[in-house]
Write a protein that binds this ligand. Structure first.
Ligand code: APR
Length: 252
């Protein structure tokens, strides 16, 4: 009997060690750092028009307006710090074999909190890319907050922010889907789930995976039936989930 118990225990430990958790984050993840969300009241899309600053047509029509909009976002991101929620996610790397963060956010707060596997679905505002053909060929780090119209890629095209605009393809989509398809736990945090194709990814988790959504306005969202809802902000909700998980782990 002891032997069986031992074998079960080692099997359980192996299983835990092999566990993969995917965090799918949106603008609400960075709200507690002081970064505006897009669609809450007072959010960015109340102050700016998507058509004027976040589409390829906007860049064609008025590139310096687009550049200024993203320069302001970059400046703000450089001034803020990761929050408690980002830190809890980074801490999860101590408890799970694999923690993959798939974020819609263009800020680098997950990385600055210490997460080591972060995939940016909608790009990274601290990087630039060519506005000419082959724009996904190379990304260039931006020194400081300002990308200027005279900054050029080696082929002579102006550099644009490395962000995915409305109407553009999401190059990381397939890789993100693969990560979610073989996760054991999926935690969605701080996204209104209104922007596709990104939002569709949350349906790709295996049936048996634990699925959780953390959002202080969770009742306003279209949440699939197999998700557990935590109606809290990112910092509090993530800490609560991790402490419950750890309590369960100690009881085993
Ligand atoms: N903690 C967690 N969630 C929060 C918090 C908080 N403190 N505060 C607000 N939220 C939630 C809101 O309730 C909302 O559901 O964050 C969500 C933010 O939703 P959106 O503003 O729509 O942001 P997101 O879903 O990330 O937008 C997707 O839209 O404009 C594009 O490219 C942009 O990546 C972005 C995409």
């Amino acid at each position: 009997m002891k032997n069986l118990e031992f074998r079960l225990e080692s099997y359980f430990c192996m299983y835990l060690q092999g566990m993969k958790i995917v965090i799918f984050s949106g603008a609400g993840m960075s709200a507690e750092s002081g970064v505006s969300t897009f669609r809450d009241s007072g959010g960015l899309w109340e102050k700016y028009s998507i058509e004027e600053v976040a589409t390829p047509q906007a860049w064609k029509r008025n590139p310096s307006l687009v550049q200024t909009f993203y320069n302001e976002r970059r400046k703000q991101i450089l001034e803020v710090e990761p929050n408690a929620g980002h830190r809890v996610i980074a801490e999860m790397e101590d408890f799970f074999e694999q923690v993959v963060v798939i974020t819609q956010n263009i800020d680098d707060l997950h990385e600055r909190a210490g997460s080591t596997a972060v995939m940016h679905l909608h790009g990274n505002i601290r990087m630039a890319k060519s506005s000419g053909p082959n724009s996904e060929k190379a990304y260039y780090p931006i020194e400081g907050w300002e990308l200027k119209m005279e900054d050029r890629c080696p082929d002579g095209y102006p550099l644009r922010p490395h962000v995915v605009w409305f109407g553009e393809e999401v190059p990381m989509l397939e890789r993100a889907q693969e990560e979610i398809e073989n996760c054991d736990k999926l935690i969605v945090v701080g996204s209104s789930l209104q922007v596709y194709p990104a939002a569709g990814l949350i349906h790709c988790a295996p049936r048996e995976a634990e699925k959780v959504i953390i959002d202080p306005n969770v009742h306003e969202l279209m949440v699939p039936g197999d998700f557990i809802s935590i109606n809290k902000g990112a910092g509090e909700g993530l800490a609560l989930w991790l402490s419950k998980y750890r309590e369960g782990e100690n009881e085993e």
